[in-house]
Ligand binder design. Structure first.
Ligand SMILES: C[S@@+](CC[C@H](N)C(=O)[O-])C[C@H]1O[C@@H](n2cnc3c(N)ncnc32)[C@H](O)[C@@H]1O
Length: 259
């Protein structure tokens, strides 16, 4: 067998086995719960900025950006800016690779690829650090609630002219807020691109995991995306991504635009 095909076939077989492996799935779920209690998600940086994410999910983001090759990523929830810098760094790599392929000169300041980040509270120290970051030219920072009509209008206007758009929702994780974000930003997602809904795993965790937060089982991003999907058949859950990550906060949250 062709070694490339063989590698792919072995991978497919392995992932199919994971789906049937209740013990492995339970271990993954238990790791998520235990690690969340230990605040593991706060341990990492991307190119110098703290990123409040599980590394597995960021690996998936890298694969998605490489595959879809968006020219715009819209993210709700900036915090320290790590996820914005991650998206910007992969977009910059797309520019670099394109320049290598075409021989065109690479001028990062002329890049048409952008990341729009939205946060209700961009803390001064985080804004200053992002302003000083070499990838800053790729970022547009919008301060305001992600579901406020003026914010949505600003982002929609900034998205005009972009041809391939990807969206990451990672701000306030209540049902009502995420549903409103989906209504506002999912329509901007291009066909075959993704809207990734973070922290949907809350639905599958014990009720006491986030005692000081307004989200819990029954009121979280997964309940919101389920409701959204009943009215929006243009999106489908891509189960294959979480099926290989095994550790992901985006349970049912990798939404692919299929129509
Ligand atoms: C989990 S953090 C984002 C983490 C970031 N995406 C990362 O990967 O490092 C959530 C952020 O959402 C912001 N936030 C909370 N409510 C919001 C709202 N109504 N609109 C926009 N942002 C909001 C918070 O200020 C906080 O910075």
């Amino acid at each position: 067998m062709d070694p490339v095909k063989q590698f792919a076939a072995e991978r497919e077989e392995r992932l199919a086995a994971y789906a049937e492996d209740a013990g492995f799935r339970r271990l993954s779920r238990d790791f998520l719960e235990a690690s969340m209690r230990k605040k593991y998600v706060y341990n990492f940086d991307w190119l110098g900025r703290p990123i409040i994410q599980y590394p597995q999910d960021m690996w998936a983001v890298q694969e998605l950006i490489w595959t879809v090759k968006p020219d715009l990523v819209i993210e709700t929830g900036i915090a320290h800016g790590g996820s914005l810098i991650l998206s910007a760094s992969i977009l910059a790599m797309l520019d670099y690779c394109e320049a290598m392929e075409t021989g065109a000169p690479l001028d990062p300041r002329q890049s048409t690829r952008k990341v729009i980040g939205i946060d209700i509270d961009i803390r001064p120290h985080n804004r200053a650090a992002l302003d000083a970051h070499p990838l800053r030219p790729l970022l547009t920072l919008v301060e305001g609630s992600s579901i406020a009509p003026e914010t949505v209008e600003t982002v929609r206007a900034a998205a005009q002219g972009h041809r391939r758009v990807m969206v990451f929702l990672d701000s306030m994780h209540t049902h009502a807020h995420v549903l409103a974000e989906l209504e506002a930003y999912a329509p901007l997602v291009s066909r075959d691109s993704y809207c990734v809904v973070f922290d949907s795993f809350v639905e599958d965790m014990p009720a006491d995991l986030f005692p000081d937060r307004p989200w819990a089982p029954g009121n979280n991003p997964k309940t919101a995306l389920r409701e959204y999907l009943t009215r929006h058949p243009e999106f489908a859950i891509d189960k294959a991504i979480e099926g290989k990550l095994m550790v992901s906060v985006c349970a049912d949250g990798f939404l692919k635009r299929v129509a």
